[in-house]
Design a binder for this molecule. Structure first.
Ligand code: HEM
Length: 380
């Protein structure tokens, strides 16, 4: 798609795409315009039409609107301010040693086997285990949470879809019960912070906590998984960057953002206009769908020198892989960077000879840039 993105950025950066018989939408491909859309929720609403392409059913929409990803200010502002209490740099920083342990476990097991599927054996379990750690779930519950989350994530993939809502309800009631336990016996963890009354007296009730944990399971898993597998693929495609990292570990500081820029794990987010507006020289009426193409913005030569070069030392790196700023900017960005950094730190240390061992399989999706399978050889 890279040529097509480049042509659109050049000739038609806010492109009206009309499907026969369908309502059509506006494709936004420049970095600056994506930032503009992200930062003006009063015009470009997440609530009105949902944020996913293709359209959700009304039933899915009303379920989704409980999640902050689908809310607009001021509702979003109050949900997010409660959540921000838990997602402080201190709370996230506390997870680093756990993340390193998880990476050592996963990479160690893979090394012992020699040949593994990097997606199933490392990239997928890592973010799930981290979310279990984040919400303070005991490790014996990991498998359960893993199964529920996979069912949730796979709900839109024909290969995995079951149409069964049971895992959603099981995850919801699990999270609610966890909230009740932490309210009774608080610990120094995020869930305890969320269910305890804040300075303004508000706190999350059991349902809100359940919905939030569900959002974490959706927003924090497949994205980070794809950053990890897509990042490794980028190193396979650019072996000189892997050698650079092996020689100079200080590059671990800038590596995560370049991986996220290069891979753009989330491809699109959508907004709906609430008023007539103008963007990139186009007049857009109220009630139209506007789709942001993050991978395109992340290769915009107006912002990135040598935009088509994978450079793990890139600095500054104002990519929009976590969103174009504004109220919905990825809540987990700091955590995701840490996961990617620690994973590549451990791989560089223990599996410097990691190499591809067969064809990859890609998920068909215009929402996430996802590898389903990635055979690798290591330690042999
Ligand atoms: C929102 C990307 C990891 C939690 C978002 C958005 C993007 C994104 C593009 C939407 C931004 C917008 O609409 O302006 C990514 C990528 C990740 C990642 C590429 C990994 C490399 C995570 C993790 C978590 C997380 C690890 C949590 C544990 C969230 C939440 C939101 C969000 C809760 C919604 C925020 C809101 O609506 O206010 N993310 N994300 N993400 N992300 Fe992430």
């Amino acid at each position: 798609p890279w040529d097509r993105y480049a042509r659109l950025r050049e000739d038609d950066p806010v492109h009206r795409h009309a499907e026969p018989g369908g309502p059509g939408f506006w494709a936004v491909t420049r970095h600056a315009d994506i930032q503009h859309v992200s930062r003006h929720p009063e015009v470009f609403s997440s609530h009105a039409g949902g944020i996913m392409v293709p359209d959700a059913t009304e039933e899915q929409l009303s379920r989704n609107r409980l999640m902050m990803l689908f809310q607009d200010p001021p509702e979003h502002t109050s949900t997010r301010s409660v959540v921000n209490r838990g997602f402080t740099p201190r709370m996230i920083g506390k997870l680093e040693d756990h993340i390193r342990e998880i990476c050592h476990d996963l990479v160690g097991t893979a090394l012992a086997r020699g040949s593994v599927d990097f997606v199933a054996d490392i990239a997928a379990p890592l973010p799930l285990y981290v979310i279990c750690e984040l919400i303070g779930a005991p490790s014996e519950d990991r498998e359960k949470i893993f199964t529920w989350s996979n069912a949730l994530i796979g709900a839109d993939d024909p290969e995995f879809a079951t149409g069964d809502l049971t895992p959603i309800f099981e995850l919801l009631s699990y999270a609610s019960a966890l909230g009740a336990r932490r309210r009774a016996e608080p610990r120094d963890d995020i869930v305890s912070k969320l269910v305890a009354p804040g300075e303004d007296g508000t706190s999350m009730d059991d349902l809100a906590l359940g919905v939030f944990v569900m959002l974490l399971a959706v927003a924090g898993n497949e994205t980070t998984r794809n950053a990890a597998s897509g990042g490794l693929q980028a190193f396979f495609d650019h072996p000189e960057q892997w050698r650079r990292l092996l020689e100079d570990r200080s590059l671990l500081r800038t590596l995560p953002d370049e991986v996220v820029r290069w891979v753009s794990p989330v491809i699109t987010m959508r907004r709906t206009t609430l008023a007539d507006t103008e963007l990139g020289g186009q007049k857009i009426p109220a009630g139209e769908k506007v789709v942001m193409y993050y991978p395109s913005g992340n290769r915009d030569a107006a912002v990135f020198p040598d935009a088509d070069v994978f450079d793990i030392g890139r600095d500054p790196n104002p990519h929009i892989g976590f969103g174009g700023g504004g109220p919905h900017f990825c809540l987990g960005a700091h955590l995701a960077r840490m996961e990617v950094r620690v994973l590549f730190e451990v791989l560089a240390e223990r599996a410097p000879d990691i190499a591809p061992a067969g064809p990859t399989r890609r998920l068909r999706s215009n929402f996430v840039n996802s590898l389903k399978e990635m055979p690798v050889r290591m330690g042999g």
